[in-house]
Design a protein around this ligand. Structure first.
Ligand SMILES: CSCCC(=O)C(=O)COP(=O)(O)O
Ligand SMILES: [Zn+2]
Length: 211
């Protein structure tokens, strides 16, 4: 978001830098290969900072971000992520959401290609407590799985219908594609992303042990 002098304002810059650092880390983990993934943070009640489309998420700088409104329209020009609507719908629906991360983690991809299910459920794992609202392993964590499509508006509509039924949904996976996580801060979102990957790795390992 530009200032009157044509530069980037300090809130925009701080958030862009935080997401660029997160991108370096996520790329080192192999979670955003080959320009995949997209990241965002809330700027205001009606604007969001999002990664520009097609950028390498392990090598982002401030120029690789832009501001969009909650309908996903660029405020000062630029080409936002192709998946911007999947981010802005989170900020539009949930006022407490301040950050969202989308990654192409191998575990989320393999698990949803391997299993036909429309939901991944976890019970008995201590790490379920990494999710907001979970205080015990004696709980059920349900993560919906949506079939992949290149029609992001249709996918966003599917996700919206799911949120109507399950407003406390903590994250979701797009089959064969990747995972979406969000939170009231970038740290909370990152924590849930890490926990989700741990749980997905456990599920894959359980599949191997069952064979
Ligand atoms: C090469 S990854 C295919 C697109 C995708 O799924 C993704 O996450 C990155 O798209 P963006 O437009 O945000 O760069
Ligand atoms: Zn993607």
């Amino acid at each position: 978001m530009s200032t009157e002098e044509g530069g980037l304002n300090s809130d925009f810059l701080a958030k862009a830098r935080a997401l660029a650092a997160t991108g370096r880390e996520l790329h080192a983990r192999g979670w955003v290969p080959a320009t995949s993934g997209n990241f965002s943070m809330r700027l205001s009640d009606n604007s969001v900072l999002v990664t520009a489309s097609g950028r390498h998420k392990g090598r982002l700088d401030e120029q690789d971000f832009l501001a969009v409104d909650l309908a996903g329209r660029p405020i000062d020009g630029g080409k936002p992520s192709a998946e911007t609507l999947l981010h802005t719908q989170l900020y539009a629906r949930f006022p407490e959401v301040n950050a969202a991360l989308h990654c192409h983690t191998p575990a989320s991809t393999v698990l949803t290609m391997h299993r036909p299910d429309s939901e991944l459920t976890f019970e008995g794992y201590e790490l379920q407590k990494a999710f907001a609202g979970f205080s015990s392993h004696e709980s059920t964590l349900s993560i919906p799985v949506f079939d992949n499509t290149q029609d992001i508006a249709a996918l966003a509509a599917d996700v919206d219908r799911y949120f109507d039924r399950v407003p406390d949904c903590p994250a979701y996976v797009i089959r064969g594609h990747g995972v979406y996580c969000w939170g009231d801060s970038l740290d909370a979102c990152h924590r849930e992303l890490e926990a989700l990957d741990f749980l997905f790795q456990c599920a894959l390992e359980m599949e191997r042990l069952r064979r």
